[in-house]
Ligand binder design. Structure first.
Ligand code: M6R
Length: 359
């Protein structure tokens, strides 16, 4: 039940800090060490490339996963849209391993990929919130997200749970492969920090609601920018806004704006800039300034380490690989309040179903 919440989406946003702890509990042993099915890790260790296949929000979590697996486990990893992969299978590496990310475990686009790669004899893992689902049953291995039922059509806690699960898995795989970066990455500590920081951001609901009003109350379009994982967060943030508030929103790699999209910027066009990546923070900031100079209303969501006085939403510091666990929270709330204030049924947006069981 949604208890005193007006919509499940808000309840599910609020549950994210707890889900971080549940995942840590599920995938650590009594000594607090990460512990994941050793057969799964052995199968992944044999792989020369990870193919992460997903749709929608889960695909956006998969994009973040690429960086986690490459940095911590030193294995090339790439996320693919299931609906594209199914019919345009790329040339595969010699020893591929498939990771299917799916909250519901029932997405038809993913299932058709699973059927095809199984026929080719390749190993697979389904990371899902529903242990009894079709994709959980049909893959060789399963990891559960422990997010609890997600009812709202707009996915929130499954996204952060998927990123946390990928972090735990990448850490475990990196350790099995004796990768120094994995040894140094204290995932349990980092996910604890993430949980506390998410809670702190959730407690700023009123401020974020105010920003939703200022930026999006009457707009017909909106832009989100970032670089690296901040770019992937931009994609997810824009999907959240468009699916529940019907505002046309686009997420862009910040450096690409000047290659065309900047032509769309007018007076009062809302733009949200995510700035957490230390390597590119200055570049994204100057891209945002450029947009502001053309009259856009700019909201910067910035990690403490990169923050300047002018920044409106500051997120606590965390390992940059895990910044998406935090920066998505204000973006989810911006989308929620925009939809709510416009009087829409936040949990059941038009034209959409919770799980998409047709191709
Ligand atoms: O159940 P899945 O994770 O496979 O679902 C994938 C997408 O259909 C889903 O993430 C969809 O994009 C959501 N409406 C996003 O909020």
């Amino acid at each position: 039940s949604k208890g005193t919440y007006p919509f499940f989406m808000l309840k599910e946003i609020d549950e994210q800090p707890i889900v971080m702890h549940r995942l840590v509990d599920a995938y650590t042993d009594d000594e607090g060490q990460v512990s994941i099915d050793s057969d799964l890790l052995a199968a992944m260790k044999r792989a020369d490339r990870l193919y992460i296949v997903a749709a929608g929000t889960s695909y956006h979590a998969g994009l973040v996963g690429q960086a986690l697996f490459e940095k911590l486990a030193k294995v090339p990893a790439e996320a693919y849209l299931a609906s594209e992969f199914g019919y345009h299978q790329p040339l595969l590496s010699e020893r591929p391993f498939f990771i299917f990310l799916t909250q519901s475990g029932e997405t038809a686009d993913i299932r058709q990929v699973l059927v095809k790669i199984k026929a080719q004899g390749f190993p697979s893992l389904t990371v899902t919130n529903v242990g009894s689902s079709t994709l959980a049953r049909e893959a060789d291995y399963q990891l559960l997200l422990h997010a609890g039922p997600e009812i709202a059509v707009a996915s929130t806690k499954a996204y952060t749970a998927q990123i946390a699960a990928e972090a735990l898995l990448a850490k475990a795989l990196g350790e099995v492969k004796a990768i120094p970066e994995a040894a140094q990455f204290d995932v349990v500590h980092q996910l604890g920090l993430a949980s506390t920081a998410q809670q702190a951001l959730i407690e700023q609901k009123d401020l974020i609601h105010q920003w939703a009003t200022d930026l999006f109350a009457t707009t017909r379009n909106a832009f989100y920018i970032g670089r690296g994982t901040d770019y992937y967060v931009s994609l997810e943030a824009s999907l959240k806004l468009k699916e529940i508030s019907y505002v046309q929103a686009e997420g862009f790699a910040a450096g690409e704006l000047k290659h065309g999209t900047i032509a769309l910027i007018e007076k009062d066009t809302p733009l949200v800039a995510f700035i957490s990546d230390p390597e590119t923070a200055a570049h994204t900031r100057s891209n945002a300034d450029e947009i502001a100079a053309r009259g856009a209303k700019v909201l910067r969501i910035v990690t403490q380490a990169q923050a300047q006085d002018e920044d409106q939403i500051v997120i606590p510091d965390i390992d940059p690989l895990l910044a998406p666990l935090l920066s998505i929270i204000p973006a989810q709330l911006l989308a929620y309040y925009t939809s709510f204030d416009r009087g829409y049924d936040v949990d059941r947006p038009r034209n959409l179903a919770k799980s998409v069981t047709v191709e």
